[in-house]
Design a protein around this ligand. Structure first.
Ligand code: PEP
Length: 252
């Protein structure tokens, strides 16, 4: 859609050491060319690399972010990182409600929403993840799960500039499986409709809705050209600059 610039976001998860910086620097370097006009790029390294990655973007336009944040700005929360700290380290965005946080750390919609609110308060873009499990899809509950996660996880203050929705069917993450084009179109259209019910048509039309789950160079063009798919959240394939850039070029 012309009014929604595609966004390709790379989630490195718990991968990456200082020695991985050259891969990121290659992405940044390539982005200095024509790609920058047609696609937005974000990279979410582990928190240990946030400062060095944020420094090495040097105004290149690639936004760097964190993979999670605490809902409070500071306090006795050992091991956690706040949205303020992410902003202070040069981060511009944060992923909240990722299915791995929901599954491994028991995060709820209410927590994802509180984290997204904290992100907005700190001036960060919140990339809010939702998506059904395999059992939920098989039981015919995909739309209802997505509806309730969307309602529960998005702050009322969400705007198209401050919030990105990522639809990530849990069964497609890291499995090599993807929904059919028709299934992606159905869910993304449904999400757009739910956003319109809550925020009005005009605002809903401007939100970016990413697809995530086993996006690779070989399937990116097909997935990215589905109506209401405004980009991708990429896990595994974001670790290699060539693959990530091929996906970004498929969005251009
Ligand atoms: C993700 O974890 O956000 C993701 C989409 O992972 P992958 O691309 O590896 O399936």
């Amino acid at each position: 859609s012309p009014e929604r610039k595609p966004l390709i976001a790379g989630n490195w998860k718990m991968n990456g050491l200082g020695a991985s910086a050259p891969e990121f620097v290659r992405v940044v370097g390539a982005y200095m060319g024509p790609l920058r006009n047609s696609v937005d790029l974000m990279v979410f390294p582990p928190a240990t690399l946030l400062t060095s990655f944020a420094t090495s973007t040097r105004g290149a336009g690639v936004l760097v972010g964190a993979q999670d944040c605490h809902a409070e700005p500071f306090g006795p929360y050992t091991g956690d990182i706040s949205a303020e700290m992410i902003a202070d380290a040069g981060g511009k965005a944060v992923i909240v409600g990722h299915s791995e946080r929901r599954a491994c750390h028991g995060e709820t919609d209410a927590q994802a929403r509180a984290k997204a609110e904290a992100a907005l308060h700190a001036g960060l873009i919140a990339v809010i993840c939702i998506g059904e499990t395999e059992a939920e899809r098989k039981a015919g509950q995909a739309l209802e799960i997505v509806r309730s996660q969307l309602e529960g996880s998005l702050p009322d203050a969400a705007t198209p500039k401050t919030v990105v929705v990522a639809y990530e069917p849990v069964w497609a993450i890291g499995t090599g499986l993807t929904p059919t084009i028709d299934e992606v179109a159905e869910i993304h259209g449904f999400i757009r409709g739910e956003l319109a019910r809550r925020f009005g048509d005009e605002k809903a039309a401007a939100f970016r809705i990413l697809y995530g789950g086993s996006v690779k160079p070989g399937n990116a063009a097909e997935l990215l050209h589905v109506a209401d798919v405004d980009g991708a959240l990429v896990g595994g394939a974001s670790l290699k600059a060539d693959d990530f850039l091929a996906i970004a070029n498929a969005a251009a």
